[in-house]
Ligand binder design. Structure first.
Ligand code: MG
Ligand code: MG
Length: 255
């Protein structure tokens, strides 16, 4: 698809609906977060997220999403070296894992998309640092989402912070515009050059999603054709918010 031809600016009324979609998505993620513990399966967490979305009159945005085969679940459940797009199922979480949950909700025709990664009990110092750096890189990226800045300012801020901390960003997976479709333009990579790319303007809504890998920027896709892992098996993390560019401060839609 052509990302740059698929950019849609939203009215303030549309952004209000996107906040509602984003809020339902946040409720679903919060329900997942509350129930994360050693022994619970990713499939059980998936059902909890779906229930919250449907109870709030939304629809899971990931379910049946086109890909190698239609995506079969409400959340992406990615453990340890799994970066994104992990399939929920019978696997149980255990102490020492780090677990990424990505979820999307459609409400009144608009999508909210966000993700977080969390430690299950005690984890290594490296894992803890990875979580902190990835979450902070999202905050740093969002701070650059101001009218007049370039996409490259956002990308560069994320890359610079992550690499300064000794970690890596993938090249194959990026943030993206979000709205009536889950994936709209522009593409917002987690690497790039300041001052380059599209100029951000009010009404642009972007799902910003730093993905960070400990050992390498390279990724691979598992035989299930969805799950993306680090190529070297090292730990990975992922945080995401859908955010609107405004006349002033960036507006986080998924909280
Ligand atoms: Mg997402
Ligand atoms: Mg996304």
């Amino acid at each position: 698809m052509s990302w740059e031809r698929n950019i849609v600016l939203k009215s303030s009324a549309e952004i209000e609906i996107m906040q509602q979609a984003g809020h339902i998505n946040a409720l679903a993620l919060e329900e997942v977060r509350k129930n994360i513990r050693p022994g619970i399966t990713t499939g059980e967490l998936d059902s909890l997220a779906e229930q919250v979305i449907r109870d709030n009159h939304g629809q899971p945005a990931f379910l049946d999403y086109p890909g190698p085969y239609p995506y079969p679940a409400t959340i992406n459940a990615s453990i340890n070296e799994e970066l994104v797009h992990g399939l929920p199922g019978k696997r149980a979480l255990k102490e020492g894992d780090i677990f990424s949950v990505d979820c999307g909700t459609i409400f009144e025709g608009f999508v909210g998309d966000s993700a977080f990664t969390v430690a299950i009990g005690d984890v290594s110092d490296e894992a803890q640092k990875l979580l902190e750096v990835t979450e902070k890189s999202l905050e740093i990226g969002i701070a650059q989402m101001r009218s007049g800045n370039h996409v490259g300012d956002v990308s560069s801020a994320i890359q610079t912070f992550v690499e300064k901390n000794g970690f890596h960003v993938p090249r194959e997976y990026s943030g993206h515009g979000v709205g009536r479709k889950m994936h709209e333009g522009p593409q917002v990579p987690n690497y790039g050059l300041a001052g380059r790319g599209l100029v951000l303007s009010p009404g642009l809504t972007i799902a910003l999603e730093p993905m960070v890998l400990v050992g390498t920027a390279r990724t691979r896709v598992l035989e299930d054709q969805w799950t993306v892992t680090s190529a070297d098996g090292s730990l990975t993390a992922h945080f995401e918010h859908s955010v609107a560019v405004t006349d002033g401060d960036p507006l986080i839609l998924t909280q």
